[in-house]
Structure formats: structure tokens, C-alpha cells
Design a binder for this molecule. Sequence first.
Ligand code: IMP
Length: 424
Amino acid sequence: MPSSVIVGAQWGDEGKGKVIDIFAAKADYIVRYQGGNNAGHTVVIGDDSFILHLIPSGILHKKKICVIGNGVVIDPRALLEEIEMLKGRGIKVDGRLFISEEAHVILPYHKLLDELKEQKKKKIGTTKKGIGPCYADKVARSGIRIIDLLEEDTLRDKLRANLEEKNSVLAKTYGADGFEFISVYNEYLDYGRKIKKYICNTKRLLNDAIDAKKRVLFEGAQGTLLDVDYGTYPFVTSSNSSAGGASTGTGVGPNKIDKVIGVVKAYTTRVGEGPFPTEFDDLLMDKIRQKGKEFGATTGRPRRCGWFDSVVVRHSVMVNGLDELVVTKLDVLDELDTIKICTGYRFGDKVYDDFPSSIKVLTGCRPVYEELPGWLKDTSGITDYSRLPVNAKKYLKRMQYLLNTKIVLISVGSKRSQTFSKGV
Ligand code: IMP
């Protein structure tokens, strides 16, 4: 493995937390490279369940080094809460967590603007964690970076200038109260003092680690179809959640990344607004949502559910350069008589088998389906590929054929033990 990236190949929530936890056992460093606490990675260890939003899931493995790269946006309050939660549950964090000096900081006005924008304009259905407004400031070159929290004068000057602008927007566009400089300044200086021990030059740390032949695992958050470039724009998050982000979000050159692994659910889900061609009707939606416990780990929102869409995942295979696939939640389909796989979209007299860029096409198209017989057997106790029902194997083989990518790992439940690694 020397260095691998794990990415979600659909709209997020593919079960990356569990998969990363499994691969983390063989890694030395586990690195987040984009997004922020909009992510929710669930890891079940024995009877314990952890939901991590910002800190890489590798923290749950003793002695692993965890890095939050420059491409991540950090809400210091959420970070400190997560650190405290982990410490409270007996996990050692100090000396194992490193945060990039260059990561951008989420401020209170980012969160408020995210919320107000969602109320006023056409909704994206964001997590309201301030992710989009923070990345907007980064690109506009007015963002506040983690290193700034350690320099009183830099923070003062940047925060003053930002508050002047943000308070004016809040008042004029939204009729909302702004923020007082001194309280935000003191609050964020205090965060700086508290997280100082974790802050370092993570580019140097990671490149040195790779030179020393350490194994580095890059942990993608969200999913490829939420990527700001390759997703269903504008119904996306504001970062590059696809594999390319691992390089820009950490300062590790692309030639130092050896493998890209995609995680797919055996069906499809998405949270928030935006086109979803294979979305179920209400009856099936409810059945799969309950069986798959499809409720957001960050916001608790019910997830929208639909059939497996090979057009979506083929797109992911291409833009991420996926070498291998992990299929999760196969057991959720156990009780279905018939299972559909989408192989193309029909719009007007055209059939698309490449993922269309047009939201109009994606919203108006009709999916082209293949139907396969279900297996009607409980697979959640299976720990060996050879014991899977024949129809479950046929389903996986068909998926693999349509995606032209090898399936290397299959998951049939939330526990570490409910995973087997037979090639299909
Ligand atoms: P934001 O990232 O909060 O700006 O939200 C933008 C879109 O990405 C919304 O549709 C969210 O529901 C979605 N989103 C953000 N993070 C996640 C995630 O971790 N899983 C699934 N969807 C997400």
C-alpha cells in the first residue's frame, strides 16, 4: 500500500469510516485532506460506536499518526470538542494529531452566512457548518488560516477587515446582527493557544514520512458526486472530495500516491438537494432507509435512497482513477425480490452512458435499468465470499463488469468483523 487514497464514489455516506478504519490498521499515517466537520465517519468497534467529523478515523488505532491537511477547513470549537470526546473515551490524542498551519479556519460569520443563505436562496441543503463560506474566503484570499491564530497582530488585522465586510453583508443583505470584534478575537486567540501543540508544517511531516517508506492513507470525506468540480454542481460541497484533492490538500505530489480505492454502497444515497436519477419511490425509500439506517451522521437528516447507478460510479472510476472498489451495505438489499442497476440515462431521444454535466438533463432524464433477481437470504453473518448466495455474487459480478474495476472488499454490516476480502 505505501500510500493510498480512499474516496467515496457516490454522494458520500458510502461507509468510508468503516473502510478507512480497516485500511488504517496497515497504515502509519492517516490524513484528512478536504472538507471539515460536515463529514461524519462512523466506526463501530465491538459494542462502541464513534462518529468522527474532523479528526481522521485512524485516531482509533493506537500509535497511528493522524494529520489534518491544508485542504481542510477547521472549526476550532468543533475540533476541541472532538479532542475532548476522544480523550474522555480513553483515546490518546496528544503527540498523535498534527494540524496544518495552512488549513483555513471557520469563523462564526461563516456559519451564520451558510444558514442565512440556505434560507434566502435556492437551497443546496448544506450541513450549515460554514463550509462553503469558509472556502469562498479562502479562494477570495481573505481567509484566516490556522497559523494566524498564533499571531495576535495578523489575526487582529485580518479579523477586523473581514468583520467590516461580513457585518455589512449580514446587515444589508440579510437584516441580521453582525459580530463584535473583541469577543471573536479573544475567542479565536484562545483556540489558537489551546490547539498550538497540534499545529505544524504537515507538508514536511508527510513528505518525510513517505521518504522514510511509511505507509500513508489519505481519507476522503463526502463523495465524488459532491466534488465542487466533478459533482452535481451547484448541489455539491465546496472542496475537491475526489482523489486529486489528496495532493493539493496535503502538499504530497501526485507521483507519491500509489493507489486509489473507491467505496460504493450496494445502492445509492444522497443528503440534501440536487438531482438523483435513480431515487426510489416512497415505499421502497422507507424500507431501505429503515433497514440501512440511512440518517445523516452529522445532521440526523433522513437520506434519500435509490438503486445502484453505474453511470455515477463509472464517472467516479474515471475522475478518481479508481484502482479498486469496496462495496458496503450489501446486506441492506437482502429482502428484495428484484434488484435494479441503472446503466444509462434517457433524455429526449438521447441515451447517456457518460455522466451528464447538465443539471437539466440529470433532473429530467429517465434511468435505463437492468433487473437482477434478489437473493432473499440474510447475508449479515457471512464472513467468506464463497458463502454468499449465488444471486448476490451475480449482482457483484455485474457491478464489477459495468464498472470495469475490481471489487476487493465487501461489507455486510457495521462491525469490523462483517467484512470479507475475496476478489469477485
Ligand atoms: P456543505 O458541505 O455543508 O456545504 O453541504 C453541501 C452538500 O454536501 C449538501 O448536499 C450536504 O448534504 C452534502 N454533504 C456535506 N457533507 C456530507 C457528508 O459527509 N455526507 C453526505 N453529504 C454531505
